[in-house]
Design a protein around this ligand. Sequence first.
Ligand code: PLP
Length: 409
Amino acid sequence: MFKINENYLKLPGSYLFSDIAKKVKAFTDANPDNKIIRLGIGDVTLPLAPAVIEALHKATDEMAVKENFKGYAPDLGYEFLRSAIALHDFKARGVDIAIDEIFISDGAKSDSGNIGDIFDVNNKIAVCDPVYPVYVDTNAMSGRTGEYQPDLGKWSNVIYMPCTIENNFAPQLPEETPDIIYLCFPNNPTGSTINKAELQKWVDYANKVGAVIIYDAAYEAYISEADVPHSIYECDGAKTCAIELRSFSKNAGFTGTRLGFTVIPKELKCGEVMVNSLWARRQGTKFNGAPYIIQVAGTAVYSEEGKKQTKEQIAYYMNNAKVIKDGLLDAGYSVSGGVNAPYIWLKTPDKMTSWEFFDYLLNEANVVGTPGSGFGPSGEGYFRLTAFGTYENTLEAIERIKKLGSVTT
Ligand code: PLP
């Protein structure tokens, strides 16, 4: 009889967003006339920018012509896209990244999940708590996290780094030494960032203890403050300890179009072994590339028009973030995020748990958000709202929340 990967059986049963969907469905079935406003899931709502659409159309037409038709993409991705990334995302910020250190992919979710393939199962991971669930779940699938402890909401073999109001949602260097450190800034779900000096401490620490940092910069485009680094490679020594993940989902609305990339500098080594070569081998074997037309569309994001249009989209979402943040502050909530990230992280009022507050908002304001406890035990007592809705819905949602009256936190 075949055997399954038993690590999958250790995963806690339900997934946060399906629990939310079930509750929302039960509510709408019982109250079909109520207009629900969803500020829960981190998906964008604006259409692709005109420059991106134009590039998509052009590339699609090329595929219809024998002479221009493209089959499999090169292993690392098309050079035109990797060159644009090296120039606009890195060189423009004073960082030298070679094009063979950039691996084009279908997004940061796959890359953040797959990157574990090239590391030994006995590495110990450290994650922020709360955290984007993919890092922990994918490590659990490969048997790196020990046993799930339902009473604690934690895995036995994971180092959790609490990020709460007490430490301004910035993780402290862990007491126990990890081998792999997941950092995500701007952060999902807390919307927090750390400045360059703070990130430098992590880089120095990783180099000192021989750990690798997996740095998820999926929300880099939302940074508005000058001292917040856009790439971990802005820090000295990061090339010998860090892998960076990027995505076109949130900076250019590619959530349904799928494009991202991973940077692995050649200086990042385990003994004599270049991590870059291992990832090249892994991708060459298990991945056949992002589609040509999508890579062309991604390149258009870096054109003058593309930059201008995507910047406008981000400004639109960040205006929503301001509406949410200001409105909640007016109503007495304790709020963070929403300045360098499209997420607003609020403390639930009047000692409600995250799920109690979810039910309260759904029932009383018909607004859907995400309970903080779904992102990890230190998320209990917090709640996430996203700025990715329409302006009109965002405004209405906040008016409804304010109508519920002032709160104490
Ligand atoms: N990383 C973080 C922190 C995210 O929040 C998300 C999506 O919400 C992703 C990665 C996934 O990005 P992609 O759409 O490129 O797979």
